[in-house]
Design a protein around this ligand. Sequence first.
Ligand code: MN
Length: 709
Amino acid sequence: MIDVEDLVSLVRNYNPNTDADFIRRAYAFGMEMHDGQFRRSGEPYFTHPVAVAAILTEQRLDDASIVTALLHDTVEDTRASYKQVEELFGHDVAELVDGVTKLTNLQLSSSETKQAENFRKLFIAMSKDMRVILVKLADRLHNMRTIKAMRAEKQIQKARETMDIFAPLAGRMGMQWMREELEDLSFRVINPDARNSIMRRFVTLQRETGDVVHKITNDIRSELDNASIRASVYGRAKKPYSIWRKMEEKKISFSRLCDIYGFRIIVENEQDCYKVLGLVHQRWKTVPGRFKDYISQPKSNGYRSIHTTISGRDSRRVEIQIRTQEMHDVAESGVAAHWSYRDGERSQNPFAVAPAKWLSDITERFKNADDHGEFLEHVKLEMYTDKVFTFTPKGEVISLPRGATPLDFAYAIHTRIGNSCVGAKVDGMRVPLWTRLRNGQSVIIINAEGQKPQSSWLGLVATGKAKAAIRKSLREEDRERFMRLGRELVRVAFDHIDKKATDKALETAAKQLSLGSADDLLSRVGSADLNASDVLHALYPELMRNRDEIEPQRAIISPDKKQKHKRAECCQPVPGERIVGITYEGQGVIAHAIDCSVLSAFADEGHRWVDLHWHAGPHAAEYVVSLDVTIANDAGILGRICTLIGEHNANISDLTFPERKEDFYRVMIDVELRDREHLHAVMLALEADSNVARIKRHRESARAPQDGV
Ligand code: MN
């Protein structure tokens, strides 16, 4: 095990200003906490955190990262608490340790590869500070390096997880060396036969051709020397796993594989990159289509380099990368380049632009910050902050927009699950459906047969998918309700002319009106797009015409017997109520109720007023009065109302729905009545129904009649 002074000097090598005492205290605390614990290999447990810290020193990371590595398993596996770590090592370290602990506790139980990308995003989203991921990756790297001590099945599981989640994560962070090592360590476990066969091929190849790497390196060096360019040349065979992947992707055998060797030329400045490129292309034959200039056009993750492939000795293809040291640092350590020290200073690598946009934001802040020491404290992850990642009971990750609720989760799984959702459990606890989900929570949806989406759900969901599904379901439900209402209205209208609203009759009417089906017709009548009387007209045009032409009885008596009278539509007076007439030129007299508010408009026109009386005898039930009824939203009640009105020997001539709420709706019923007593009897009967919330006579007071009524 690396002892504490060795560790301190590893840090001091790149950061002379390190707080050695801070590291010593963490080392002592970790050692004490893990005392008596052992790894499966038999070593003291504390060797692991120390090894993780040592890996971070290779990345030249800051003191807080090193201390976090030393403490990363204390809160999870020992009696140490968050509070204790915070008191002893400060808030930042406590937060970092807490972040690593949270990542460790995530259950990556899904074996589905398509879930891997979501897991990686989850990791990034859960790490408020990038250093949490750097420590976690180092932790995984050490565990993979020492995986042989684990049970065989555990080895496979960890290796798969590493291959699917951690190696690509390292790649996304721009840490190529880490990615390659994690892949190779996993490959050893997952497919040892394939790896061994590739290694054997290398041995054979070397026997046949000698040490190709050494020869080509010397060739390149002598070219550079001749041109007096200072540079370092590194050559290597590619890693077994990347060779394997190429073989798999291209479906070719090892012997036909071209890119087995890779060379890297590190020069002092950008100009030299292009000089070296010229030398290489003069000396060797280039392979067409393989040249890429990532210096003039860097990758979005900040990667800069020139790539070219040449036919080298024995016409073997060799890939060559040409770059400066700064470019190389970014290519190898990626995100970590920002945190790393060089020559005792926090490096200010101008090329370090990490995986996504957030880093350019960070760089902006870095430039503007006066105190670079504060930089680390202010670095927060801004990737995926608009997303939350949640788990199904099976461990699948469901990615949702921030602000999403269990309903969104349910609809994300399946529309059927969403539609029948009645409740949810988050991390085992019942929660209301409006609860906002957070990263890493596991969600169980509770469903019930017969549950239907409520219109209030529209306010609870954040995803378009859920909104669309809820709207669709509400529309379908509306249609059903409209159809039930339509059926009542049509029945009443047919009864009125002593006909039956048979399916056959409705189908025929639908055809006449160019509607798709009888259901279509009913739902249109129910939603007041179509009048029930239009349906009758379509079926019985003759009968309806006759009815329209029936001569109204002379029910209103006035001094001038020749004058034509009409009832005012605004106040709808009925026999038994006091009325007064207003003369309209060429149109006769309009009879208003004496208390009609319209009358005040004629106060100064006494000559237009006419004294009117109702005919004294019995009247026919033909005076239409509009009743404004508010009823509970229950389709059955409309049928009862129609029946009640019928039982009082009154007819319904029209029915409209001016307002619909979720629990109540208003219906305007035009009833044909004899007189005031008849009206009162009908209103009383309706009022007695418990589902009628309110009933009143509808009188239009605002609109004064202009010409005609
Ligand atoms: Mn660990």
